[in-house]
Design a protein around this ligand. Structure first.
Ligand code: 13P
Ligand code: ZN
Length: 290
């Protein structure tokens, strides 16, 4: 490298560092900005729906595809921290994560003050924060990253994971008979045709586990082999999809069905639900999985 090239590259680095000091990494990276602002959009919906009391819920998205060499050269702004799991498929990858204790309603306005971008270390067992501020990622990081690791390992196009506290679905998880395999799936699908169309794999069930635990992460991953959305009994749901808007939509259609069921019950009757024949007709007409 010639001296002018060295000078240019040094200037570029100091420019990056100056920009970091002055503003957000998103200012120099419009594609990354778009993805992070999708998270902010969904965070706003979660708050408006009443599913995000205080710091309730968390979101992570894999942003590696939007990371260029400038971001790769960013120096960590925190010490390495353990994930608590070894996740070799995501080593060196980048994630935007909601911060632990941070509110969705605040994230909707200021995503980089209520979340951060992390890089997974080369051992797949640790992470560092690289931008903008040292905002510690969500306490549910083990569940989120275990699932992201599986996306990469299995060649899945999914890049977003969402945990939220939807009132009506959580209420239903307090009733034992609803937790038997596929009972809730069949019931929710039968409330309105769109639910099966837009959540075609239904709702898996994870029996109650301690929030943030490795057990919860492992049980979640097991259910996600068959479903795109899983219920965390008496806690919330965990949803996956290609992007965060689609993950949100799956929870939204399921919770709409739960509201229809509960509204009918409140009027004093059990809803009849779509018949088996009507559901089969839907499945055939829209080429949905059986
Ligand atoms: P965090 O604030 O750590 O993301 O936790 C919220 C939550 O819903 C835990 O299950
Ligand atoms: Zn939660």
């Amino acid at each position: 490298m010639g001296s002018s090239q060295i000078l240019r590259s040094t200037n570029q680095k100091s420019l990056q560092n100056a920009c970091r000091q002055m503003g957000s990494i998103l200012e120099l990276h419009p594609d990354l900005r778009k993805k992070v602002y999708e998270v902010a959009e969904v965070a706003g919906y979660l708050w408006q729906k009443g599913w995000a009391e205080r710091n309730g819920g968390n979101i992570t998205i894999n942003v590696t595809d939007f990371v260029n060499s400038e971001i790769c050269h960013l120096k960590p702004i925190t010490e390495e921290k353990s994930i608590g799991l070894v996740l070799p498929a995501i080593k060196g990858q980048y994630f935007y994560c909601k911060g632990t204790g941070k509110r969705m309603r605040d994230l909707a306005k200021n995503p980089m003050e209520n979340g951060s971008i992390i890089r997974i270390s080369d051992d797949g067992a640790h992470y560092v924060i690289v931008a903008d501020y040292p905002v510690q990622p969500t306490s549910e990081l083990p569940s989120h990253l275990l699932v992201h690791n599986w996306f990469i390992e299995s060649g899945s196009p999914y890049r977003a994971t969402l945990h939220t506290h939807p009132i009506d679905l959580i209420a239903m998880s307090h009733h034992g008979p609803f937790l038997l395999k596929d009972v809730l799936t069949e019931l929710l699908w039968s409330m309105i045709p769109e639910t099966k169309a837009f959540c075609p794999k239904g709702l898996g069930i994870v029996p109650y586990c301690l929030p943030s635990s490795k057990e919860l992460a492992e049980a979640t991953l097991k259910e996600l082999e068959d479903y795109d959305v899983v219920m965390w009994e008496k806690h919330g749901v965990f949803a996956i999809d290609t992007d965060i808007i689609n993950a949100f939509d799956q929870v939204d259609v399921l919770n709409k069905s739960a509201q229809i069921y509960i509204s009918a019950k409140n009027m004093g009757f059990s809803p009849s639900g779509m018949s088996k024949e009507q559901l089969q007709e839907m499945t055939k007409a829209f080429n949905l999985p059986k």
